[in-house]
Design a protein around this ligand. Structure first.
Ligand SMILES: [Zn+2]
Length: 299
């Protein structure tokens, strides 16, 4: 009887110990696991914070190398049937050379905020996202600084840079897929101390547009729609023709093409010394063979 009681006690104790361990060990393991999760979460948070530190705008971005010509290597991974997209900063988007919605969406992801990265603010915040190609943005920043140096106290602001959608307001506005604003290389620019409306008839009072016309090529930008290439008065139907007419006249619309091309366009290398249109320039260089039916050369 005593032996049986002893055996029972041994079995009972063994059961209690096993049961306790069975309950305690998983709890202990859970605690260890939980604390590891918390640690790794905290690490991730720290890493994100570190990454955010890196992304804070730099006060003085590296000055672009102005003597380095920007060639026609592709600058976007966005795909389009538009044959000029492969031509880098010389890509042409107009009513004849259009792009698809997929191109526009993909191109947008490659752009950076001018406000956030360079403190270049948008005069009308409801007019787009103030986005631009990173290289073009660095050159724009240099141009804005140069303007400020020439006109102390003045501020060159954007009105509209990248656009995901076209606009519909007659000849001055272009449908989705056909506007130069899809390139990510373009901004409408204004110094609001001379007035806030974009109106070509106010050109003489807007000293910033005159300054841009004379100086922007030094920073790789061109007057994208000079009046001589507008293809007639703006009251007439749009005329984007085989000879290089742009169909538009906008004294505020500046487009990055790189310093080499901008200099050749502004000084009229292929236009008897007169300001060229991008369309005419691309045909004169043999990059485009047909401006009306949107054919590129095989070069
Ligand atoms: Zn514009």
């Amino acid at each position: 009887m005593k032996k049986r009681l002893t055996e029972f006690l041994i079995v009972f104790l063994a059961f209690v110990i096993t049961a306790s361990l069975g309950l305690l060990i998983p709890k202990y393991m859970n605690n260890v696991f939980d604390s590891e999760v918390v640690d790794s979460e905290e690490e991730t948070k720290e890493e994100i914070e570190k990454e955010e530190d890196v992304a804070i705008p730099i006060e003085e971005p590296e000055t672009p190398k102005k003597d380095k010509p920007v060639d026609t290597k592709p600058v976007t991974n966005a795909k389009s049937s538009n044959c000029t997209i492969k031509d880098g900063y010389l890509m042409l988007i107009n009513p004849n050379f259009h792009v698809e919605p997929d191109f526009i969406a993909a191109r947008k992801t490659e752009l950076i905020s001018l406000s956030y990265n360079y403190g270049i603010m948008e005069a009308n915040p409801n007019n787009g996202d103030n986005l631009m190609d990173p290289i073009a943005a660095a050159y724009l920043y240099e141009m804005v600084k140069a303007y400020k140096a020439d006109y102390p106290g003045h501020e060159l602001m954007t009105r509209s840079c990248f656009r995901s959608k076209g606009t519909n307001c007659g000849r001055l506005c272009l449908a989705t897929g056909t506007t130069d604003h899809h390139t990510g290389l373009t901004c409408d620019l204004i110094d609001q101390s001379y007035g806030s409306s974009l109106d070509t008839s106010l050109y003489n009072q807007h000293l910033e547009w005159q300054w841009l016309k004379a100086n922007s090529y030094k920073y790789g930008f061109i007057d994208r729609f000079p009046s001589a290439w507008s293809g007639g008065p703006m009251s007439e139907p749009m005329n984007v023709d085989e000879n290089g007419s742009t169909g538009l006249f906008e004294t505020w619309h500046y487009r990055f093409v790189g310093i080499t091309a901008a200099t050749e366009i502004a000084t009229g290398k292929y236009n008897n010394g007169n300001y060229d249109s991008l369309e005419h320039y691309l045909k004169a260089r043999g990059i485009i063979t047909d401006l009306k039916t949107a054919v590129c050369s095989d070069k």
